[in-house]
Ligand binder design. Sequence first.
Ligand SMILES: Cc1cc2nc3c(=O)[nH]c(=O)nc-3n(C[C@H](O)[C@H](O)[C@H](O)COP(=O)(O)O)c2cc1C
Length: 228
Amino acid sequence: MEDVQKGPVEIEALLRQRRSVRGFRPDPVPYNVLNAVFAQAQLAPSNCNVQPWIVHVVSGAKADDVRTQLKRHVMSGAAAGPDFPLTGSYPGEYRTRQIGAAVALFEATGVARDDKPARMLSMLRNFEFFDAPHALFLFMPEWAGWREAADCGMYAQSLMLAMAAHGIGSCAQGALSHYASFIKPLLGVPDDHKLLMGMSFGYEDTDHPANAARTSRACVDQAVTFHH
Ligand SMILES: Cc1cc2nc3c(=O)[nH]c(=O)nc-3n(C[C@H](O)[C@H](O)[C@H](O)COP(=O)(O)O)c2cc1C
């Protein structure tokens, strides 16, 4: 009986362990661990098994160079140059959830809701990779569409769960795709690769205030309809 229960308990623990980490220790993840984690993420499913994810990881001096240049670029007021249109404002309940996540982060980090400069600094943390020793940029080939974006989402969650299982924290970042046209030359990535999202990762700084933020979820019957 114990064995029957073991699987579900472990997957729930892992799913709960993965949460967005926005403050990291500087020590890098050893290469053999990174290799194991990325090998596990390769098990993600995809439409027709096409595996449309193209991943570029930056670490060490390269990570520092990219974060410095990217932050400078954003602070210069340069227009965003995403490969996919940015989502405008969220309607109704989706907006309520968005505000809930933002409030959790602002409360944890002591940012007042009407403090615009502090909110801007909070947003800029994205481009510092939240001080993580590693970041990745997830591209798709030019021909890819909505279905392949779903494949990449499966890949990203697989990767984050594999990281969590190895004690590595992560934060998926749409923000890292907003300046795609600036990032591609920094990585030597051809323009016909389309940047879907980024991710910062490394070992969590458990003392960082941002990491005290917690989000909630709607209950199952708000998301799922069972038909009989
Ligand atoms: C595709 C994707 C893009 C995201 N983009 C950002 C981002 O740009 N910056 C950020 O701080 N968090 C980002 N997040 C993290 C979400 O805010 C977070 O997943 C959500 O609030 C739920 O919280 P949790 O991850 O702690 O469970 C992103 C998450 C996903 C899946």
